[in-house]
Design a protein around this ligand. Structure first.
Ligand SMILES: *Cc1c(COP(=O)(O)O)cnc(C)c1O
Length: 488
């Protein structure tokens, strides 16, 4: 397949390089581009929190890439042959074979989504004295470790926190810090080292295979398990092929196997890797399998469905094989790179280099006039929805929790994340995002801050309600209508 991979970018006669959709649309879903007045009402009803919007008011849903990707014709047809058995389903046997063929692991435990795998790993291995070193946390991975009394430590290189960088592998683990951390903590307190492919919360940034090899060598030296979070593994492999010399002529399958071979345990969310629901844990180590096996029927479901509908089990199997298809995997990163590069040409501050899963706008710089106490990223998310109908996600201080004394803990970065679900949006839709972002950037001084009016103590970013600190949304709407001459 790799030999025949098609070029996801084409050069136009004008010289411009344009991302090309290498698929056709055969099932459509209607979208709603409602007038700006209605969008303002929707924001008021939803407490200026994009999680609280209904899709009837949303034009492009860029909230997340989780469970929102397009399925292929092959996946949909496989779903029709689902063998709905509680135990011993043939669909599960096909999925187990796909895991072995693609990820190279012969023991497989299905779970209902990625965080369920994290729950099982933490329940099995984490205790009150545990410390789990990782390149960077993911919200649910960290929650399950702390829930079991453990702590985490993030060991990235300083480059990872630089907004504008050309570093190809910002997700690399800091090897010196890792070794230092193991020596100070004592290996007996480290149940596993966690490496996350395409490190989500720093902008979908990959690690190199060489870095993973070096982490493996340290894990071996101290006899510690290495766990790979493979939720965004396909894109990490694609970027390795683009950016790491040794792998430029290797197939996706070879790169993926090289990475999974280095880990003792691989787990993933199939909401991103392969399908739209489900997840799993796999290993070649029988004793690890035995340690985890009993927890699956306890929390998830029997070992041959793990809380996933059997139709989704079939879709996952086909989706895993499709991860080997460079043409398919290339689509989302290529569109994201286009979005980021074009936005940079408009001087819009973005995280670079472009990563996977979405484009990330640096709200701290976009809304430099809004103090962190008034949530620049949340304000930008609300303002962008108001003027475009595009729903992004705040990844800044609203997504943080207050400390034990009730003080704000401000985020390192204030980001508006615009997720690009796999193979869902067309180029004209991406161009619309760019155009409205450009207009908003030119009118950024009209954006104001937000304050909480209802603030839950746990995961406030999901349920919280906010209000603008002034009548800035009305002023922004007035300017928009004056410039565009209409409400859309
Ligand atoms: C989404 C995600 C998870 C959690 O998966 P869910 O299916 O949403 O529970 C874990 N790790 C990473 C890197 C993810 O992106």
């Amino acid at each position: 397949m790799a030999k025949n991979a098609q070029k996801p970018l084409v050069k136009f006669y004008s010289g411009e390089e344009i991302p090309l959709e290498l698929h056709k649309v055969r099932i459509v879903q209607k979208l709603h581009l409602v007038p700006i007045e209605r969008r303002l009402e929707a924001l008021r009803e939803g407490g200026y929190n994009t999680f609280q919007l209904n899709t009837t008011d949303v034009y492009l849903d860029m909230l997340t890439d989780s469970g929102t990707n397009a399925m292929s014709d092959m996946q949909l047809s496989a779903m029709m042959q689902a063998d709905d058995a509680y135990a011993g389903s043939q669909s599960f046997i096909r999925l187990k074979q796909a895991v072995e063929d693609v990820l190279g692991k012969s023991y497989f435990l299905p779970v209902h989504q990625g965080r369920a795998a994290e729950n099982i790993l933490a329940a099995a291995y984490v205790s009150k004295t545990s410390l789990v070193p990782m390149n960077y946390h993911f919200t649910t991975a960290m929650a399950h470790i702390t829930q079991n009394g453990g702590r985490i430590v993030e060991l990235l290189y300083p480059e990872a926190y630089v907004i504008n960088s050309s570093h190809p592998f910002k997700g690399n683990m800091n090897l010196e810090d890792l070794e230092d951390c193991i020596q100070r903590t004592g290996r007996e307190h480290i149940p596993y080292i966690r490496m996350e492919a395409s490190t989500n919360l720093i902008g979908g940034q990959p690690f190199s295979v060489q870095n993973l090899r070096d982490v493996r060598a340290i894990a071996d030296k101290y006899n510690i398990r290495l766990v790979l979070d493979a939720s965004l593994l396909g894109e990490n492999a694609y970027l390795v092929k683009q950016r790491e010399k040794e792998f430029m002529n290797k197939s996706m399958g070879e790169i993926i196997k090289t990475m999974t071979d280095l880990a003792d345990i691989v787990y993933f969310s199939a909401r991103k890797l392969s399908s739209s629901r489900g997840g799993g844990i796999c290993t070649n180590n029988e004793s690890i399998y035995k340690e985890l096996e009993a927890l699956v029927p306890l929390y998830e479901g029997f070992l041959t469905y793990g809380g996933i509908s059997i139709r989704e089990v079939e879709a996952m199997a086909v989706g895993l094989y499709e991860t080997l298809d460079e043409t398919m995997i290339s689509q989302s990163p290529t569109f994201i790179k286009y979005l980021v590069d074009e936005a940079m040409k408009m001087n819009i501050p973005m995280i670079t280099p472009a990563g996977v899963l979405g484009a990330h706008v640096d709200a701290m710089s976009f809304c430099a006039h809004i103090p962190q106490s008034q949530y620049p990223a949340g304000s930008l998310a609300a303002a962008f929805f108001l003027i475009s109908g595009v729903r992004g996600m705040e990844r800044g201080s609203i997504s943080n929790q207050r400390d034990e004394e009730g003080n704000e803990t401000y985020a390192d970065m204030e980001l508006l994340r615009l997720a690009v679900p796999r193979r869902v949006f067309t180029l004209s839709q991406i161009k619309y995002v760019l155009d409205r972002l450009h207009w908003l950037y030119d009118n950024r001084e009209l954006i104001g801050g937000l304050k909480f009016v209802y603030e839950p103590t746990v995961l406030r970013f999901f349920m919280g309600k906010l209000a603008p600190v002034s009548d800035w949304p009305e002023k922004l709407m007035t300017k928009f209508k004056a410039d565009f001459g209409e409400s859309l």
